[in-house]
Design a protein around this ligand. Sequence first.
Ligand code: SF4
Ligand code: SF4
Length: 307
Amino acid sequence: MIRAPLFMAPSSAAEGGSDKIRCELCPNNCDIKSGGFGACGVRGNKSGVGIIPFYGFISALAMDPIEKKPLYHFKPGSKILSLGFAGCNLHCPFCQNWHISQNIDICEQGRGKWMKPEEIISLALKENSPSIAYTYSEPLAHTEYVLDCMALAREHEIANVLVTNGCVKPKAASVILELTDAANVDLKCYDHDTYKKSLGGDLETVKEFIKLCYKMGVHLEVTTLVVPDLNDSKEELHAIADFIASISKDIPWHLTAYHPDYRWNAPPTDPDFLRSMAKEADKKLKYVHTGNIQFHKNSFSNTRERA
Ligand code: SF4
Ligand code: SF4
């Protein structure tokens, strides 16, 4: 399907001009040469024209419990039709979905399917799904497709749920959040250098995205995967809790355990450390939840309110 890309335009002469295309969706601001793709592998340039050839490619499709997103305070107990894509504007070395986020070639390997937005909505209606999640890899690299699905979903009173790294610029963010009912945003660490050099993202952009979600009235939950040797200092995790609390103490924070994957070999997150951090953060935020660890009698895995 042909769909004109958004947030892409010819680069100015000062930026190397001629037949280059600049993508301004995320802070990477890729200047893409003819025949090439941006850092996400999703948005390209064909003979001086911006292209999104993977519009409609779905790498994963499942009915999930909404708590798996994770969202613990939005339509609890419901199922949600969940769509995954391919490619990502970040390159986290511990990515737990790297086989789709860092492998755009799957689009050519028949390991997914092509679906029009109308087909997604029909499926959601058939499955009686009250919501659709745009999730698994980074949905916002596929903003045009997500927006087209979201607009149709709204017509059918189906809620739109975004599970995202939040690393898109404010102009794009405001367009997308206008159609978003709930979001779980990753805040992966609280160090500018780590965001930039290790993950390929931008901390300030993600913080602005989180603030905008809240300001626009989108139901918001935040997730931090606690990765040893990356973001697991108490100081850094406290800084994240403080940032969330500065917006609202009512925003749920999910502290989730990592396991070795992709290019990160550190041992899994210590469950006791995760619980102790949750206990400390619980003094700052109303809803702190642990994830990816076994149930425990002092569990933070449920939605009970702690004063
Ligand atoms: S969305 Fe992709 S092409 Fe656009 S700026 Fe970001 S990484 Fe580059
Ligand atoms: S932002 Fe998410 S999907 Fe993208 S590389 Fe990082 S962990 Fe993977």
